[in-house]
Design a protein around this ligand. Structure first.
Ligand SMILES: Nc1ncnc2c1ncn2[C@@H]1O[C@H](COP(=O)(O)OP(=O)(O)O)[C@@H](O)[C@H]1O
Ligand SMILES: [Mg+2]
Length: 230
């Protein structure tokens, strides 16, 4: 569904991605693991169109994404949950969800019921300000906001960062449920166990490159740990 081919990305003279090739299959959770600073967020910027490539191609289904504008990519069905969540603290939960409407035609601007099925807490808190929610609730809100455009592919940047274990479990269940509903998921993580538990396929990144790939049960836990801590 999403094919990333030999993608290179630079910030000025500094190389953040050095030829990344990666595939996200339909109805699967594809995990990308890596330490801080290896280029995970840069990879997602390349996918959603937040930063130009210096080399390579990104193909989404039949569409060539490489030079497409970020808004057109969103319209094609990519939902993005940024690192640090970036919800609007002064807007209500409902208004935060509605900010997801910008990429969709007026007639389709309703909040899908799935959002509240996955995260019932959001329904109870529709009138509360985003800034009053706990970190875990804010993460659920950020995922809900990305689901508003009914994406075919959901892209998440470290959704477990700074979140308490019980909510990490809820988020894991939600992602598996979305996968089972036919949504492809590209999940960037530093948290190995979360990625191993829910991922169908895993890539490990180091210094702007993919250094290992496989199904979670074919990757030795200690080998991965070594790659993530060296
Ligand atoms: N906007 C930017 N300008 C310059 N360098 C950046 C920028 N964003 C990230 N970098 C650098 O690119 C490299 C990869 O960063 P990033 O993709 O954020 O890694 P990760 O998400 O894995 O922590 C790091 O060395 C980082 O310092
Ligand atoms: Mg990052």
């Amino acid at each position: 569904m999403l094919n990333i081919t030999d993608v290179k990305l630079k910030y000025g003279a500094s190389h953040a991605l050095r030829g990344v090739t990666l595939e996200v299959a339909e109805s699967k959770i594809t995990g990308v693991l890596g330490r801080n600073g290896v280029g995970k967020t840069s990879l997602l910027r390349a996918v959603i169109g937040q930063h130009p490539l210096s080399h390579g191609d990104i193909q989404f289904g039949a569409e060539l994404f490489t030079n497409k504008h970020i808004h057109d990519r969103a319209r094609s069905g990519i939902g993005f949950v940024p690192q640090g969540r970036e919800i609007f603290p002064l807007l209500t939960v409902k208004e935060n969800l509605q900010t997801g409407f910008s990429a969709i035609p007026r007639n389709f601007r309703t909040i899908p019921e799935t959002v509240f099925e996955l995260f019932p807490v959001l329904k109870d808190m529709l009138g509360r300000r985003g800034g009053d929610l706990s970190g875990g609730q804010q993460q659920q809100l950020a995922i809900g906001r990305a689901l508003v455009l009914r994406p075919k592919l959901l892209v998440l940047d470290e959704p477990t960062e700074g979140i308490q274990p019980s909510i990490i479990k809820d988020i894991g269940r939600a992602l598996q449920s979305l996968r089972n509903q036919g949504i492809a998921i590209l999940l960037v993580e530093q948290y190995l166990d979360f990625c191993r538990e829910i991922g169908d396929h895993i890539y490990i990144m180091d210094r702007g490159e993919i250094v290992h790939t496989g199904a979670p049960d074919t990757l030795d836990r200690n080998d991965i740990r070594a790659m993530l801590t060296v």
